[in-house]
Design a protein around this ligand. Sequence first.
Ligand SMILES: [Zn+2]
Length: 276
Amino acid sequence: MSVGFTEVADRVYVLRQPGLDVNVTLIVGDAAALVVDTLSTPDEATELIRAARQVTGLPWSVVNTHHHFDHCFGNELVAGDPPAAIWAHQETARLLHRPVETIRTEAYQEMAPTHPRLAEALRHATVRPPDHTVARTESVDLGGRTVQLWHPGRGHTVGDLVVRIPDADVLVAGDLVEQSGPPSFTDAYPLEWPDTLAELLRELGPDSVVVPGHGDRVGRDFVAAQHSELVALEWLIRAGHADDAPIERVAAQAPYDPLVAAPAVARGYAELANRA
Ligand SMILES: [Zn+2]
């Protein structure tokens, strides 16, 4: 299937990959470009490169918003030869430096029940880890335009990184914000995610464009609504833990499908138990 980039703000382009509805963002400056997230398979990465080359002939560097396969398994091809810089939060880099067999097996097991063909492809993926790391913030100069890489805290994963394009009032949020489905909690920090989104909200104005990890572009109000849901979930987890309530019972009260919320409750309980 042929996919292309759409300009969503001045020289900021988004490609929506139809399979898992992942967003890839391409930011173009006067001297260089930046590709944010690299999709799952060689076919997807090849299509992404072709689409990006229809927009710009400039050299690019790469950003991974986090370590999940649908945001980074295309690194090898998208970085190219000689390889471009690949930026990520230091914890994302650490996770992607684990043995490749471990990383592939995680991806395979996640997708096998629902997407067997994709799962099979992931089993043979190359995984090129990031080589430029961010602790809190870094700036990347694209020539006449500077973008900021920012770790606002833990949330969807241990190493969430967002990309700010201040001159275009765009924020690329990765899976800290999801539009086409509920937030995903398998590797999440449900007690910290609300504070992390509050950090993002402080940076967003009424006209800001937010590119979620999956789905349609959103604005400040959508992020504020997701923040409220995550705050509600956090307090359900805290109250449930204090009462020794079973995970399923707390998950049933959450503002998400109980199957979505159950891992959040489990992870929240584990964190509270560790703190005690
Ligand atoms: Zn993710």
